[in-house]
Structures are given as C-alpha cells and as structure tokens.
Design a protein around this ligand. Structure first.
Ligand code: MG
Length: 343
C-alpha cells in the first residue's frame, strides 16, 4: 500500500491510514492491523467515531491534539524503520516497510476493497472515513463484534456512508488544519565529467571496472557517485558536492567517493528526506558497463541505506563525437527523487 494508490481517499481517510500506520510503527508491527486502522479512523474523524466509542470497544484513542509532535514522531519512526530494514535482503521482495510503502495486513486490504465498493455503491467520488469504517465491518467479524459494544452495527455503518456528502471531509480538514498533504516530493539533477588518462583506475558507481584508462580527479573521479551526490543535494536544496567537499581540501585527495554519498545521506536524514528513486546514465565509449550494473547498484544502495531496486543505472556511448566520443572523457547524468513527510 502506498500513498500513490490512495488518491481517491479524502484527506481524513488518508490521515486515518497514516495514523493507523503510526500505531503499527510504535508497536513494532510489520504491517498495519485492522485494529490500528480503526484507531486511525477515530483520530482522523472524531465526529464519526468518538473516543468514548473507541474505549468501549477496548482500544486507546490516539492523541492527535499536537500535530507537530505527531509528525515529528512519525518521521523518526519511519527513518528508524528504514535504517533497520536496509540491508535485510530477505525483506526486499516483500514490497513493504520501506519509506512510504506502507505494508498492511490482509484484513486491512479487505477493508479497503469493501470501502471502495461501498463508495461506488453510494455514488461517492471519494473514499471517506465512513466508507473505511463500513469496510472494517465487512473485513473482520470479530472486530465488528467488539464495535457492537459501542452501539455500532452494520446498519449504522451503512447509514454513515449514506449520510456522507461528497467532498465533505476535504472541507472539514481544510477548515481545521489547512490543506494537509501527507508528503512532499523533490527532484534533483546532477552532472559530472572527468578526463580519462591511461594507467588510472576506472571507478564507476563505487566499483573498479577493468580498463586501461581511468578518470583524472582530486578524489577517485567516480562520475556516477559525484553526479548522484549532486542530484541528492540539489533535491534537498543543500548546494552541491563542491560546497561540501572542496577539491582544494587535501582531506579528499584520492578519496573514495562513496564517502561523499554517505555524508550526503546523513545531510538528507537530518532534513528528514528519504530517497525515493535514482536514475542515472553514464556516458563513455568503452568498455561495456552493463555487466557491472548489479554490483554498482548494490554498492551505491549500501552507501545510501536504500535498496538496489531504488537505483537504476544505464549507459550510453557518445557516438564517437567530442571528447567523450574520442574516449578522452567520461560523463554522467543523474536524476533523483526525494520525499519528506509534510509538517
Ligand atoms: Mg567529479
């Protein structure tokens, strides 16, 4: 489950999901449970489901009176979750737990399906908290039984859906706390070029590629790492590689450029930015780089504490044109996307 798939949700339904997920992170659950979704619904729409209703059902309401504090907590929990999971390769294929991809258990997915069908049935363009609440009834009979303790039955949930006015929750949220978007995205570009000379090591993407020439540079001349660093710093509004690692500083002479990436990652972490995706193109005439891509992605991902699946690398020749085409230089372009929870 990802916020990108939630575009049909009202702001309050998004908040319900977001705060349900906060509960799961706090409890160190791997996926959001349907109980946490219910707690999230109450936090997002207390006029639909009151905190005393929730207590009668046996759950503690989430205190969302201080939005700043709760956003701060969410950011820290998600950052920790991401760092804990980076490098756990068996987790990668599960499609969850990373960044803004929110894993939910199967009953939550059932509830979402039911909520969507019910919104369609009652002619609502939006999926609102009332539709989610109804979805819970359909998806989990034991939770529905608990909800009966607070006077909630299926008929009452259906009535809540029938009474929902299309778009009403957007207006309510806008009036209460301003237009609330769960996250913001930034993109950045980076470019680098180094001259090539015989007898130097060819380092690209943190690995050595066997070749008779390599880049001339103050550091190891890794164009991919340098352009990537610039793309990340650019997206975060943090200047460029020269600002942070001046080539006049003897400290960086012959430096492994992965150190630049690790430092850039720390700068992003401090600003609560997460790396969403990176796409790169390396331009050189020879040798063929394709066979080295998996190792490059693995190496760069490790330095950035992301998964290799978030890094894409391509290669091009310059068709024999200009310095790059004559094999006298290597160049690289990188585009990167960062996301940050809105505050
Ligand atoms: Mg450079």
């Amino acid at each position: 489950m990802n916020f990108n798939t939630l575009q049909r949700f009202t702001d309050q339904a998004k908040q319900a999901f977001y705060w349900g997920f906060l509960c799961s992170l706090r409890e160190h659950e791997k996926a959001m449970s349907i109980e946490n979704l219910l707690v999230g619904i109450q936090a997002a729409n207390s006029s639909l489901l009151s905190s005393s209703d929730l207590q009668k059902m046996g759950f503690s309401p989430l205190d969302v009176t201080n939005l700043e504090a709760i956003h701060e907590e969410m950011q820290k929990l998600m950052l920790r979750s991401r760092l804990e999971q980076a490098g756990q390769s068996e987790e990668r294929k599960g499609g969850g737990g990373l960044g803004f991809s929110f894993p939910s258990d199967s009953s939550v997915k059932l509830a979402f399906d039911a909520a969507e069908k019910n919104a369609d049935k009652f002619g609502s363009k939006w999926i609102a908290t009332a539709h989610l609440l109804f979805g819970i009834f359909i998806a989990d009979s034991s939770l529905a039984a608990k909800m009966a303790a607070a006077g909630w039955n299926e008929q009452r949930a259906i009535e809540a859906c029938q009474n929902y006015m299309d778009g009403a929750e957007q207006n309510t949220v806008a009036e209460q706390i301003g237009k609330w978007e769960p996250r913001i995205s930034r993109c950045g570009i980076g470019y680098d070029l180094h001259r090539l000379e015989a007898g130097r090591k060819l380092i690209i993407g943190g690995i050595e590629v066997p070749f008779d020439k390599g880049p001339v540079g103050h550091s190891d001349g890794d164009v991919l790492a340098h352009a990537l660093c610039d793309a990340l710093l650019g997206a975060a509004g943090l200047g460029d590689i020269g600002t942070h690692f001046p080539d006049t500083d003897p400290k960086w002479k012959g430096a492994n450029s992965l150190l630049f990436l690790e430092h850039a990652r720390k700068l992003l972490d401090a600003k609560h930015f997460q790396i969403e995706y990176v796409d790169a193109v390396v331009i050189m005439e020879r040798p063929k780089l394709g066979p080295h891509f998996p190792k490059m992605r693995e190496t760069l991902a490790k330095s950035l504490a992301v998964f290799p699946e978030q890094i894409h690398v391509k290669a091009k020749t310059n068709e024999g044109v200009d310095a790059v085409g004559r094999g006298e230089a290597i160049a690289c372009h990188v585009a990167a996307t960062l996301t940050r929870l809105n505050r």
